[in-house]
Design a protein around this ligand. Structure first.
Ligand SMILES: Cc1ncc(COP(=O)(O)O)c(C=O)c1O
Length: 421
């Protein structure tokens, strides 16, 4: 290893040297030798419209004329104000305030603190957090606590706090999830349900019905518990609608968004909440303050990128593009519907996933890195979650690019079947 850089989720003892990217363009990453790599997972799910969307890049350039970082206490700025208003306008109705941070994980940490602060300031003792099994909410201590436990967080286990886990609402077992939530709520201790709406991302692209989400919200309401929707992955059209909650007709009490918030161009996150939650912190008593900040809160250049992203959503046919991508994905996925080499062939909005049948599945399945290398040789950035192969491309991806990705999946399965992978 001749670089001092320590890469995320990377076992440097096993990985080949990192390839250097010199430019990004549309749905592609461009390597030093000019090779174009199809970014079929939108660079860890952040790039929505495509790399370097012209309007977003232009907004960033313009913002640099006026701003760098500005302290976000005592002062505000136009990009943050415009963005907050724009977000409230397009988010599920009923969300009224916007708290900025800088990553998906921090947006969830903020949400958890808002929920506990709400009960603390209201004089009610509630501190349990309910989550769904196989959930993923980030890699900070709080979000790891809420996420599924496994090899990724074993070393940090002594620092993690306990949460109440609901079984995944697998087909035919939806009622078990609802009953479990009802039971937890009945203790009167549940402050919030933290949930990825409609699809668990890193947990294996597991999809569940919108009716479960709306029923969970009804149960939460009945018991005075809050719902935190972690839309970090699902937001900005990935699940087919702007936010996944829309499909369940649900307004969560708190909504976390990041990744596609700036179209993926710059790091920024926002945690939206209801007037009631803000109100529980509003006081002349300093002790009721929401005690959270980070140095880069509401970076003006990132906010300007997000304002430009909102304009793209308003002015360009983004929803039509998403609809077209959904159809293109469906048409190509169909060939695997009854393919005995795969199980659980599935789609939600622009996301497709299928499980390669292997003897030992799961995230650490040995087939994962082998598949990744196979795809890399074919100039495709596809990072299976163990034996779960998924595609989550930017919305500008072409039919030809998708054909290439699906042909490679087919070829990979063929090689695997004959022991050549
Ligand atoms: C649902 C969900 N929540 C939170 C996160 C964490 O976001 P970040 O990596 O920006 O901290 C992710 C990241 O993939 C995610 O998928």
């Amino acid at each position: 290893m001749n670089s001092p850089v320590w890469h995320p989720f990377t076992q440097h003892g096993l990985e080949p040297p990192m390839k250097r990217i010199v430019q990004t363009d549309g749905a592609c990453l461009i390597e030093e030798d000019g090779s174009r790599i199809l970014d079929a997972i939108s660079s860890w799910w952040v790039i929505t419209h495509g790399h370097r969307h012209p309007a977003i890049m232009e907004a960033i350039r313009a913002a640099c004329e006026n701003y760098d970082q500005i302290i976000f206490a005592e002062y505000t700025h136009e990009p943050a104000e415009d963005l907050a208003r724009g977000l409230i306008e397009i988010a599920p109705a009923g969300l009224a305030h916007v708290f900025y941070s800088d990553s998906g994980s921090t947006s969830v940490e903020v949400a958890l603190k808002m929920a506990l602060g709400f009960f603390h300031n209201s004089g009610t003792r509630r501190s349990r957090i309910c989550v769904m099994e196989d959930g993923y909410h980030g890699d900070t201590i709080g979000t790891m606590s809420a996420g599924e436990r496994g090899v990724f967080n074993q070393a940090y286990e002594p620092l993690l706090f306990g949460v109440d886990r609901l079984p995944f609402p697998a087909p035919g077992r939806e009622q078990e999830t609802l009953d479990a939530f009802e039971l937890h709520c009945a203790t009167g201790q549940v402050a919030a349900l933290l949930i990825e709406p409609l699809i668990l991302g890193a947990g294996g692209m597991r999809i569940y019905p919108a009716s479960v989400l709306s029923e969970l919200k009804r149960i939460a309401e009945r018991h005075g518990a809050l719902m935190i929707a972690d839309e970090v992955m699902t937001g900005w059209g990935r699940a087919g609608s702007l936010f996944a909650c829309e499909q369940a007709g649900v307004t969560p009490d708190i909504l976390c968004t990041s990744k596609g918030l700036t179209g993926g161009a710059l790091p920024l996150a926002a945690t939206l909440c209801t007037a009631e939650i803000f109100g529980a912190h509003l006081s002349t008593d300093r002790r009721r303050t929401f005690f959270h900040s980070s140095s880069y809160t509401a970076n003006p250049i990132a906010c300007a990128a997000a304002v430009a992203n909102l304009a793209v959503w308003h002015e360009e046919p983004v929803r039509e593009r998403i609809g077209a991508l959904e159809r293109m994905q469906r048409e190509r996925l169909q060939r695997f519907d009854t393919d005995p080499r795969f199980a659980n062939v599935r789609q939600l909005g622009t996301i497709t996933a299928l499980d390669l049948k292997v003897s030992a599945g799961g995230y650490l399945s040995e087939v994962g890195p082998r598949l990744r290398a196979f795809f890399r040789e074919r100039r495709l950035l596809i990072r299976p979650l163990g034996n779960v192969i998924y595609l989550m491309p930017p919305y500008c991806v072409t039919a030809t690019d998708l054909d290439r990705a699906y042909d490679a999946i087919d070829e990979a399965a063929a090689c695997f079947a004959v022991g050549r992978l």
